[in-house]
Design a protein. Structure first.
Length: 405
């Protein structure tokens, strides 16, 4: 498997969980899409249909066989619609439907001949798709054994059933593998959402700790001095006035501390965000390649804060939405600009969906810093975010491309 094909394969597998083929249809459009997808594979029923159309059976037998084939197809579609990739344990009707499929395949094959042995392939696929892993691992071989037994009876020359045995086993066990893969993707997506939520929770806790440390002492001191001034006010108004003056001084300093804390929270640094982004990406199972220098000459604090916000937003989107295997972050300078590029090999942007609030707010931040934001599809189908901010006048050589960091 090449590096170029792997992201597309991974995206296709992940889409199996979110597309109508990977879950029970909830709307008419999803039902029609899933019906079209399943209908492609029903084309292999051409052999029994051709046997009926050939006119080799009496009219009564043909009518009964057509009803049996219709019942088989309906039962198979019910399982394909309502049990494919369902995580819940199968209900009794699932086992009854599978038993009905096997019984119809046996009866029709024994009554009408070798052309009907292909029904066992669908029985194997249905067992792999509808049953839990442990039960499907013996149900698929059991259906294959039933195919061989029936084939020995109706196909004594072994002209067809040996050729159906391998497709039946491969079809059944491939469905077992697909179920396992979809379940793994569900767990991975849930883990990525958890990582993103934990990162946001940790940031809120950090701010809460900072505010507690800044305001806890100041507010306690203000409370004590207020109580003391209240007791002094009737008999010692001058001392009470001094306490009130101290209260004013402490409150002003607390206000300054809060403003500095909030300013620091809302204007992160690139160094901090590089560490945070690498940690979040690695924790989410994304290979992170970050090439960000420790220092960029001419990059003002406001511009650095805007780029840091861009890196934070892009890393969060990669973790939560992209389904990527690799993320590359590059910070370059040139033409009086600092340019941050974040690219992944995930599922890419959805042209039918507008930009989210995060990207909209990020564009506004960059605009206030005199910069700009661009998003596009990456070369391998992923997503690329490019944030640019102007550099302040710097000494000669400041605009040389920095080394990797």
């Amino acid at each position: 498997m090449t590096g170029a094909s792997r992201p597309q394969w991974r995206q296709a597998v992940e889409d199996a969980d979110t597309s109508p083929m990977g879950r029970r249809p909830e709307t008419r459009r999803q039902a029609l899409t899933k019906l079209m997808w399943i209908g492609i594979w029903l084309a292999y029923l051409g052999s029994p249909v051709g046997d009926l159309a050939g006119g080799g059976h009496p009219p009564a037998v043909t009518a009964l066989a057509a009803l049996g084939l219709l019942a088989f197809v309906v039962a198979y579609l019910v399982l394909a619609f309502f049990r494919t990739n369902e995580p819940a344990p199968p209900q009794p009707w699932v086992y009854a439907t599978l038993a009905g499929l096997a019984a119809l395949a046996l009866a029709l094959s024994l009554a009408l001949g070798t052309d009907w042995l292909v029904l066992y392939v669908y029985v194997c696929v249905a067992c792999g798709a509808a049953l839990p892993d442990r039960r499907s691992r013996w149900a698929v071989p059991l259906a294959a054994v039933l195919l061989v037994g029936t084939g020995v009876v109706v196909d004594r020359q072994a002209s067809l059933y040996p050729e159906l045995l391998l497709p039946a086993l491969l079809g059944g066990f491939s469905m077992v593998g697909v179920r396992q893969l979809v379940r793994t993707m569900r767990e991975l997506r849930a883990a990525r959402d958890t990582v993103a939520q934990l990162a946001a929770t940790e940031e809120r806790l950090r701010l809460a700790r900072d505010l507690h440390d800044l305001l806890g002492h100041s507010l306690s001191l203000i409370t004590l001095k207020s109580e003391l001034a209240g007791r002094m006010l009737p008999d010692r108004p001058q001392d009470a006035a001094a306490q009130v003056a101290d209260i004013e001084s402490v409150s002003r300093q607390a206000l300054v501390d809060v403003r500095e804390a909030v300013s620091g929270y809302r204007r992160p640094t690139l160094a901090t965000e590089v560490v945070s982004a690498r940690s979040a990406l690695v924790a989410a199972g994304v290979s992170a390649r970050l090439h960000v220098p420790d220092r960029v000459p001419g990059l003002a604090p406001v511009a650095e804060g805007a780029l840091a916000w861009a890196l934070r937003e892009a890393a969060t989107n990669v973790v939560r939405h992209s389904g990527a295997a690799t993320c590359v972050v590059v910070l370059e300078t040139g033409d009086g600009l600092a340019r941050l590029t974040v690219s992944d090999d995930g599922r890419g942007p959805d042209p039918a969906r507008p930009a989210g609030n995060g990207l909209t707010g990020l564009g506004e931040r960059l605009l206030l810093a005199g910069g700009s934001l661009r998003t596009s599809r990456a070369g391998d189908g992923g997503f690329t975010l490019t944030a640019e901010v102007p550099l302040d006048p710097a000494p000669v050589g400041a605009n040389r491309p920095p080394g990797g960091g």
